[in-house]
Design a protein around this ligand. Sequence first.
Ligand SMILES: [Ca+2]
Length: 192
Amino acid sequence: MKLVGYLIFAFWLSISVYAYPEFQKFSQMNSGRTVNCAMCHTHPDGPNGAAFGQIGSLNAEQIERLNQARAAFDPGRDVNSPILNAFGNHIIKTLGKTKFLEYRSRPKELATALGTSSDLDEDGVPDAREYLEGTHPLNKANGNPWLLFVHNFKRNKVHVVLIFLATVVTIYGLVNLLRGAHAAHELSQLKK
Ligand SMILES: [Ca+2]
C-alpha cells in the first residue's frame, strides 16, 4: 500500500505545474540568446517529467526536499530542491517563494530583486546580470565576453605581467645576439 501511495503521489506531482516559464521567456527575449530551463532547473526541459532532476523520478527523500523548498515562502531559508540547480535554489532563498511568484508578471524585476552581490560561478558577472543577458549563472565560461576578460585579467594579472616581462627580456636578448653576430661578421670581413 505504501508503494501504491508513493506512486500516486509521484504521479500527482508529475502532472502538477512547477515550472515558471515566464522567467525563461523573459531572459531569452531580453538577451536574444537561446535560454532553456537549465538556467534554474536541474533538467534542461524543466521539472515536469520522469527524467533525472524531474518530478517523476524523485525518491522519498528528494520529495521531502522538494516540499521543503515549496514551503519556503519567506526569504532566508536554506533550500535544496532536487528540481532546481544552485541558481534556482539561490533565488528561492533570497526572495522566498511568495515574492518569487509575484515576479511572474514582471520578470524583469527579478534581476533587481536579486541584486548584484551574488556571483555563483565566480566569473565576475553577477547572477542577476547573467539572467538579464541570457548567460548561465553556473558556467564560468559563459558570460559577457568583456566582463569575463576583465575578470580573468585581474585574476591572472601577476602571470600576465611576468609573461610580458619574460617576452620583453627574450626579445631584448635576441636583438643583442643578432647585433653581436652582425658585428662579428663585419669584423671578419674587414680582416680579409
Ligand atoms: Ca556569474
